[in-house]
Design a protein around this ligand. Structure first.
Ligand code: CAA
Length: 689
């Protein structure tokens, strides 16, 4: 409890007024905080004994931004703009003391102060674009004045924060301090007073507002927008900083912010922000459940997946041992890992010493006993039940009792795997997506007997590896791939009925996916699914025909598309089209022209239908979990909020009717509206209800 209100405290340290906010967990700038700040600033201004002001935060971070839960509700004064205006009107120096992550409105508040000091680990940034917004409290006008328009544009359009050292070099931070931050900020404020330093506001600095290079940078970014409104608005706002006077730029920023915050894209992105955090919570998990510490990892299998998973551990600073059966296979795997790291260094994404440190954390062995000390073992061997069972029987013999035993299977029954051990409660699935070191999604598969402790450990590990963990139940393909399978069936059907791969892919990329299903299958390799289908006695006529013609995708230079040597650009190819046309004619199908709208509908609605079944069966706990899986694992456009959110926007009654139409037309009962979807549609409700 502070001296001003429950969230804000004001105290005097000699001639320095110290305003401290405390609104756990991230000091979001909710109404009470803003009111407390405004009140504290007023007192400090009126108190003639006060010569300077420090604004600091208690807890783990400086203000991490506006309170996102307040968006869409009626605004309450004072606004963040009012607080910022009070800071700028202060005739005494105001020093912001930054730690943790000063983000969004929090960073914008700091930008309005006369000085900013920070601890070495502090990070600052304007991540609003990730919520489908632009910085709405002057960030688009002040940051370009501090660091120049080009750097500001990069920070605002990517939304990525930067560290204190970089911010110091760029002129954002005046001083980096060690030790007690508030004490250092008070010292700093005293020095400013003593030295009579001039109080120059960022808004009055114009010397860095040089437009050179901006147009090219803006154009390059505009080309990558893919339907998103927010980055375009960010670009416009930063351009305004160069061409308009400060106050006009600010006014225009507010208009753009107002349009975005009320728009569909930002609503969808805010839904994903909260759904992502919700996904880390298990509804029936007792609150007292603790995760176990993880100091050492092991990965079984040095293939592409195993190597990528080992990189995730090393990137998070966790030592990891890769176990492979033969020396040659092991060396090949380790070489692939090293090559991946070297590529990152050559592209400037990693410095050489950091690469050495990470490679140093990965060791390779051929003796299974080496996993005895591991806190988590991730099995990433060939996708065959018998092979996996043999590995788990060995793990059960050798791994320490508290180890989390995880399988990276993408289809197999985790319960059946767990049953070969005497400790099924320690077994779970950790389904990484390819490339494992890049993709953010981690499906955590909860077996029938997985303990809460093992589950909590898996979730904590996922977060530590920088992943977005979503817990799912056991079924074929779990959530993501099970829904994807519906899209694959429909892709095949569309190709048989009259569409060509480029038409299907165009409809899907126009919807906002980075890649269409055909290009995606070419990237993954058509032969993988072909082998699985053969094992299950299933068929996919066109894909099987392509595989039989030796077209496995990018790796053979041909799949659904043709690829020139060294290029990943999919090109239509007459020979491939001939295979497709011949398959249709062999089946006696009269091909017909298919519209882009029909393709888009048939790519999306059957997946939603499967999502409804997944929810009904309890394989996913919440519709938001499914949305998060699709956004982070499959490139669903975040501004459309995920398939289940999208379905609610579209209206379930409409979806029910369209699915019924397609089920009748193609005589495919799997397209028939799922019971849950039908029930909700009949009741006029949505999945979110
Ligand atoms: N508003 C409301 N709640 C927020 C919040 C915000 N800005 N930021 C985080 N939270 C909540 C989360 O929902 C979560 O709540 P639960 O515990 O109930 O799930 C809790 O705070 C902790 O968040 P995380 O789990 O994400 O914690 P973390 O330590 O992993 O990450 C963080 C901390 C980096 C600050 C991260 O929460 C984050 O990136 N937050 C969003 C920052 C942001 O986008 N700021 C800009 C807001 S928009 C704005 O400011 C507009 C403007 O220009 C005026």
């Amino acid at each position: 409890m502070g001296s001003i209100n429950a969230s804000v405290d004001l105290r005097r340290d000699g001639e320095i007024a110290v305003i401290t906010a405390d609104n756990p967990p991230v000091n979001a700038l909710k109404h009470e905080v803003r009111a407390g700040l405004a009140e504290g600033l007023k007192h400090a201004r009126e108190d003639t004994g006060v010569k300077a002001v420090v604004i600091a935060c208690a807890g783990r971070t400086f203000f991490a931004g506006a309170d996102i839960t307040e968006f869409g509700k009626p605004p309450r004064a004072p606004s963040l703009h009012d607080v910022i205006a009070a800071i700028e009107a202060m005739p005494k120096p105001v020093v912001a003391a930054l730690h943790g992550t000063a983000l969004g409105g929090g960073f914008e508040l700091a930008l309005a102060c006369h000085f900013r000091i920070a601890v070495p680990a502090a990070r600052v940034g304007l991540p609003e674009v990730k919520l489908g917004l632009l910085p709405g409290a002057g960030g688009t006008q002040r940051l370009p004045r501090l660091v120049g328009p080009e750097k500001a544009l990069e920070m605002i359009v990517t939304g990525e924060p930067i560290g204190a050292a970089e911010a110091r070099v760029g002129g954002i931070i005046d001083e980096i301090v060690e030790g007690d931050l508030t004490a250092a900020a008070i010292d700093f404020a005293r020095r400013v007073v003593r030295e009579g330093r001039p109080l120059r506001l960022v808004r009055d600095r114009d010397e860095k507002l040089i437009g050179e290079g901006f147009a090219d940078a803006a154009e390059a970014l505009t080309r990558r927008l893919r339907g998103r409104d927010a980055p375009a608005a960010c670009i416009e706002a930063v351009r305004n900083a160069i061409v308009l006077p400060f106050d006009e730029g600010l006014k225009r920023e507010a208009e753009l912010f107002g349009r975005l915050v009320g728009g569909d894209q930002s609503k969808a992105q805010r839904h994903i922000f909260f759904a992502e955090r919700e996904a880390a919570k298990i509804p029936d998990m007792p609150e007292a459940t603790r995760s176990r510490p993880i100091a050492q990892g092991a990965v079984i299998g040095a293939g592409t997946m195993g190597g990528g998973i080992a990189m995730c551990f090393a990137n998070a600073g966790i030592p990891v041992t890769i176990v492979e059966t033969g020396r040659d296979l092991l060396q090949k795997g380790l070489d692939r890992v090293a090559a991946n790291y070297h590529t990152s260094v050559s592209r400037g994404g990693l410095d050489a010493s950091e690469m050495e440190r990470r490679i140093g954390l990965i060791s390779g062995v051929t003796e299974f006993d080496a996993i005895a000390g591991a806190d988590v073992v991730v099995e990433a061997v060939f996708e065959e039940m018998d092979v996996k069972k043999r590995v788990f029987a060995d793990l059960d013999r050798i791994a320490k009792p508290s180890a989390l035993l995880a399988t990276n299977t993408s289809t197999l029954d985790v319960n059946e795997i767990a049953r070969v051990t005497a400790r099924p409660q320690e077994v779970a699935g950790l389904h990484f997506f390819s490339p494992a070191n890049v993709m953010r999604l981690l499906e955590i598969v909860r077996g029938a007997q997985t303990s809460f402790e093992a589950l909590a450990t898996a979730i904590a590990l996922g977060r530590r590896l920088g992943k977005v963990p979503v817990t799912v139940g056991v079924c074929y393909g779990f959530v993501g791939n099970r829904m994807l399978a519906r899209r694959s069936v429909e892709t095949e059907r569309l190709l048989l009925e009259g569409a060509l791969p480029q038409q299907v892919d165009t409809a899907v990329t126009a919807f906002g996916f980075p890649m269409g299903p055909c290009a995606m299958m070419d990237l993954a390799g058509l032969d993988v699914g072909w082998r699985i289908r053969k094992g299950r006695g299933e068929q996919a006529l066109i894909e099987d025909a392509l595989c039989e013609a030796g077209h496995y995708g990018q790796k053979t230079g041909k799949g659904y598309f043709r690829y020139e040597a060294g290029s990943r650009a999919p090109l239509p190819d007459p020979e491939i089209e001939r295979v497709i046309l011949e398959t249709s004619s062999r089946l006696g199908i009269n091909r017909r022209p298919i519209t882009e709208d029909e393709i888009a509908e048939r790519m999306i609605l059957p997946m939603i239908n499967e999502g409804a079944r997944i929810l009904d069966e309890g394989i996913a706990s919440r519709p938001g979990d499914i949305d998060v899986i699709w956004v982070y694992g499959y490139g669903w456009p975040v501004w459309r909020g995920g398939p289940m959110y999208f379905a609610d926007r579209l209206g379930l009654a409409h979806i029910r009717d369209r699915l019924a139409f397609y089920a009748d037309r193609s005589r495919d009962e799997t397209l028939r509206p799922a019971p849950l979807l039908r029930k909700l549609a009949d009741e006029g409700r949505g999945f979110a209800s």
